[in-house]
Design a protein. Structure first.
Length: 408
């Protein structure tokens, strides 16, 4: 008996109760997948009960198939399917296109589609209304209309792909989360998405947008933020991390904190000390943020002073990442003072070091700011707690930090 036969036997015995199926580090032929899908079908029907189907870090033996076998298409287009993940499988553009075609013909209420780390540039070209296949660009699809999460991380998407994506997104009226992390589409690519934001913000706006490491410059990010601000676009989560934006973007980011944003990731965007100063000047008196990542921005003392202002203005703040910012030793006093004042726990001119709960704040990660570890009264950090645990995280190894901290 082959491994496939053994697997199919197990699946057949449990097909009435299987709702989630995940394959990791596997090697497939389409014939094997067809056999698996056939096994999952309920006896006497062409239906199955799989709600979540995932293939991760695996390899498909056929590099460029002309079509998917019918039982695989049946699984992908079935009514029960709610989430589909093909992650790090190196499937390429043609597999992604065939998957999309199956979904367009689906009767499912698919809510999550992940095609990350697959290098599928060009997979949405049939959505171009100027293409020969205009019917596809206007074709309604139940599965796309129900889609809430679309993850296209790490697919080498370029400007043309973003043009196609903007056309496809119109068919996803309840999309909540769009993850475009690690795609080098640059400023020209993000400009292709701006008309989508303009068209949709009143009726079905995105809530979560990830543009981490997309080779954006200050110009592209500025154009995006200005449009979002003008529209009062109700984003709740935005990542611009790992893009070389520079300190010039800081005033706009400060203005953006006046919006509904709840989670902001601006790690390693080149703010520097001047950028943190501009953030302090432009952010509102009341900040609605729950989480923020400002790590690796070489902010120095200004990063600590930004944290001081932020903690005092963001009463709902839960999670802060501020590592590797070259904070000097005097930053410790600034941060401790902010935590104390935020709790309204000051005793004269001296810091009260009795243990107390620090509001909603659960974590401040200061890893990599090795000079803080050398500061006097470092033990004071342990006094700031949430549910009995210290909320301030610092480095345990100075030698490890110096690998990242380039302070001369």
């Amino acid at each position: 008996m082959s491994r496939c036969d053994g697997l199919c036997m197990i699946l057949k015995q449990n097909r009435e109760t299987i709702s989630s199926l995940e394959f990791v580090n596997c090697k497939f032929s389409l014939a094997i997948l067809e056999a698996i899908c056939n096994t999952l079908e309920m006896e006497g029907t062409q239906a199955h009960g799989v709600k979540h189907f995932s293939v991760k870090a695996s390899k498909f033996l056929e590099e460029n198939p002309a079509f998917f076998p019918p039982k695989l298409v049946s699984l992908l287009s079935s009514r029960s399917l709610e989430s589909l993940s093909l992650c790090d499988d190196h499937i390429g553009r043609n597999y992604a296109k065939l998957t999309l075609m199956a979904l367009l013909d689906a009767s499912s209420a698919l809510s999550t589609l992940e095609l990350s780390d697959n290098n599928i540039s060009g997979w949405l070209s049939d959505f171009r209304c100027s293409s020969s296949n205009q019917a596809l660009c206007c074709k309604p699809s139940k599965s796309l209309q129900s889609l809430r999460v679309l993850n296209l991380r790490g697919n080498n998407l370029r400007k043309n792909d973003l043009e196609d994506l903007a056309s496809a997104l119109i068919h996803m009226p309840v999309l909540d989360t769009l993850d475009l992390d690690d795609n080098p589409f640059e400023d020209d690519g993000i400009k292709c998405l701006i008309p989508y934001f303009v068209k949709t913000f009143e009726h079905f706006p995105l809530a979560n947008l990830n543009l981490k490491n997309c080779k954006l410059s200050c110009n592209g990010a500025t154009e995006l933020l200005e449009v979002l601000l003008a529209l009062k676009y109700p984003l709740t989560s935005l990542s611009l991390a790992d893009n070389d934006l520079g300190s010039q973007i800081a005033p706009l980011l400060g203005d953006f904190m006046h919006t509904s944003i709840r989670s902001l990731d601006i790690r390693d965007i080149g703010l520097g000390s001047s950028g943190f100063l501009e953030l302090r000047i432009n952010m509102p008196d009341v900040v609605r943020l729950i989480s923020i990542n400002i790590s690796e921005n070489h902010g120095g003392i200004q990063a600590a002073e930004f944290l001081e202002d932020l903690i005092s203005r963001a009463s709902e703040l839960v999670d802060v990442h501020a590592g590797y910012n070259l904070m000097p030793s005097e930053s410790l006093k600034i941060i401790c003072s902010a935590l104390t004042i935020a709790k309204g726990f000051i005793s004269g001119s001296k810091m009260n070091l009795n243990c107390f709960e620090s509001g909603n704040l659960q974590r401040i990660d200061l890893t990599g700011n090795h000079k803080i570890c050398l500061a006097d009264h470092i033990s004071a950090l342990s006094e700031f707690q949430y549910n009995g645990e210290p909320i301030v995280v610092i480095s345990t190894s100075l030698s490890q930090d110096t690998l990242y901290d380039d302070d001369p």
